[in-house]
Design a protein around this ligand. Sequence first.
Ligand SMILES: C[S@@+](CC[C@H](N)C(=O)[O-])C[C@H]1O[C@@H](n2cnc3c(N)ncnc32)[C@H](O)[C@@H]1O
Length: 660
Amino acid sequence: QYSSNNELVQAGWSKCWSKRENRPYWFNRFTNQSMWEMPILGQHDVIVSIEIGIPVTPTTPRVPISPVTPRAKPWNSTTGTEDKPGQPASALYRPTIIYWDLDIQTNAVIRERAPANHLPPHPEIELQRAHLTTKLRQHYQELCYQREGIEPPPESFNRWLLERKVLDKGPDPLLPSDCDPIISRSMFREVMNDIPIRLSRIKYKEEARKLLFKYAEAAKKMIDSRNATPDSRKVVKWNVEDTINWLRRDHSASKEDYMDRLEHLRKQCGPHVTAVAKDSVEGICTKIYHISVEYVRRIRQAHQTLLKDCNITEAAEVQDRLVYCYPVRLALPSPNHPRVELHFENDISCLRYKGEMVKVNRGYFAKLELLYRYSCIDDPRFEKFLSRIWCLIKRYQVMFGAGVNEGMGLQGALPVPVFEVLNKQFGVSFECFASPLNSYFKQFCSAFPDTDGFFGSRGPFLNFSPASGSFEANPPFCEELMDAMVTHFEELLEKSSEPLSFIIFVPEWRDPLTPALNRMETSAFLRHHMSVPAFEHAYRSGSQYICKKEEMYYKAVHGTVIIFLQNDAGFTKWEPTPERIQELLAAYQVSQRTLGSPVPSSTSSAGAPGSSLGNPQGTERERLRALKTLHFFVDNFYAGHTYHRVVVAYRPIHHFHICS
Ligand SMILES: C[S@@+](CC[C@H](N)C(=O)[O-])C[C@H]1O[C@@H](n2cnc3c(N)ncnc32)[C@H](O)[C@@H]1O
């Protein structure tokens, strides 16, 4: 190593010798950034050297972690081959509409972190993970069917993955293997909701009659075939017989009468049915968890075998200092990657590994390329670029599930004009919940640090602890994750005296009130909250990276609550003044107007596209009709702890599942 000037050393830079190129280069041990020419402080340094406890006003780095590698031949996005030296590949394809702004620099400051111990992704391992996750979904489906005679509740496996990740200490980025408790609250709750049968949305009287009959039969069968107490048997039997007699007798009943009757029967039989199903449903949760543990062991073993030739690099020295946030770095170097083929079909980029194809719109492919350019520091020649995109998309595909539109509801994003205002008016430069596919900024947190870090992710939000900065949060609607998110916000705001601000967007679920929403609205850090009404705003589709332009936005059928949690310094810097709030609301109006008509009506970011209420054209009549159906259902079915809001936005429910 060469000696270097003191300030550069302080900022983490040292001069090294490249054996391969036979010339010196500069390396930053804090950011792993490397460059040929001498860095200029304040321009190439991402790290802000501030000792703990000393107030920070970091200077915004103008050039964030983007490796400058003259002579390296960038990969060419048109041909998939190498390109002319120095020519940015991203310049070759310019998407006509852009749903992101990657020029915005971060203002999120964190304490420096050691490189992460996740094993570097590899297509071979991703393929194995995909295969085993699909098998796990099948096991879940079989268990639900064999033990309870039901299909798995829609999205319940996906929410199980999210819920487990709140607790999991295991090594796999997707599958849980070290959770306490073993029995998942969300899986238990959702399966239980559908026992003895799933209660679907009712439109016609005849359907209501059939549903009542089906419920009565199923409740009786369940009590007869399980280990019920004599008392339970008696109550259920009596109520079922009474209902069936009533059904036989009464031919003039209206839809409302049937629904009332069903509500009554449910109230009478529900607790007994739940009691007899409890062990069996817990058994499903336990079994799925244990299979997952075994799969994680297998994936890990295969991964370690694949990597055994790679030596673990020494973790870079980490000092206790504040730095601008930077993408997740992996401690282990990546092995050589196999060839992934790329071709374009009109506007779609198709990447194939061993016959397995993943697809992404060309504009988003260009976005991934830019993100990679900004964030990845170990692949200046883009040699691993295609296989890393393949792993990334495969991972998300596996996370979504194979059903039509499955999982997409957990990925919906705010409209672009809203992000623009968040940035301009409130200094927001960071999304707490995102993926490289749906992020607006180039700095964001996401579920998978190992695959997403190369594309800018700062890792899962619950593991990310900013000391200052302005953040937007639109979490996937998993109750446990949202609850943990609120705890995390409060801890961060409590701890920091630097400007810290979170603007949170959640569906307006008040009936009953979502615990996370309740906690935020009563938080000591609450500065402002407001609602955007149902049908008057839109979300960007969860499948934005692959859908058609005209399917990009869909209307929210529920209100969205916007909450400002800020510490004092955050409030001083980014106060939600009436003028700023006005701008924010106006951005929703702009997005409504400019998104054009028709905006497909569907559920919001929690909603599964396809489970739409109302007509895609969203006329007032249909809107009212949809609401009427909904209210009818709600009025008829709401009871105590019953949750029905799944109709409004496809989300975990606590008693009922209403299919669409
Ligand atoms: C509703 S979308 C948000 C879309 C968009 N980034 C926005 O903020 O409007 C939620 C995103 O959070 C991601 N996610 C899931 N678990 C996460 C975690 N623990 N940390 C950060 N992001 C997570 C999901 O994969 C999904 O992309």
